[in-house]
Design a protein around this ligand. Sequence first.
Ligand code: PGA
Length: 243
Amino acid sequence: MKFIVTKNYEEMSKAGADIIIEQIKSKSSSVLGLATGGTPVGMYKHLVEAYNKGLDFSKIVTFNLDEYVGLKPDNPQSYRYYMDKNLFNNVNINKDNIHIPSGISGNIDKECEEYDESISKMGGIDLQVLGIGRNGHIGFNEPGDTLKVKTHVAKLSQNTIKANSRFFNKIEDVPTSAVTMGLGSIMKSKKILLLASGSSKAQAIAKIAEPIIDLKVPASLLQLHPNVVVILDEGAASMLNLK
Ligand code: PGA
């Protein structure tokens, strides 16, 4: 796992975007795994800027990590809406190449199975972008006694509901479950880019730098992956003790 500490959110965003731009330049048909949340917004801005300067997204294929159960794609809190607003509507991606789990499917189990199958059919994910929860979750793979390998419906922890309530009018509006890629799809990605900003993430980041796999910190599993880059700002790195 390679840790890169940048000065602030803006530098973290730029460094993250540069890795994706490099990936797209080296393989124009790259399969990208994408994340939502507050952290990658700045990174997406840089990608849109790169598009405006000529970067081509026309052959790019994307798979998003997760979607809230019960939210329609046109709901401003849905991750589909977020992705359209922050990236997809602003670059020349082919809409047929976009994959985001549906939170309103009539048969969610089948949909989860098909999601994993379509990732495999595309040859797997070349570069997976991740944020990290304050509790160490990745996607909505929450701390627990076990971790799921495949795409599944996850119950959100109270900690996550509280953290995500900042995007909703009131905490009761936060969906209590989500469709999320499992640890298998994430770990099978050829390269992983994890971004974290702010001191609220410092403890989780410190934990993933310890050589211990702790199921109470799902992101600690990333230590078993051969190609992970973690880009932090000073706040997120503030408890990091790199030997
Ligand atoms: P955030 O979420 O970027 O909004 O902090 C990250 C996450 O919960 O994975």
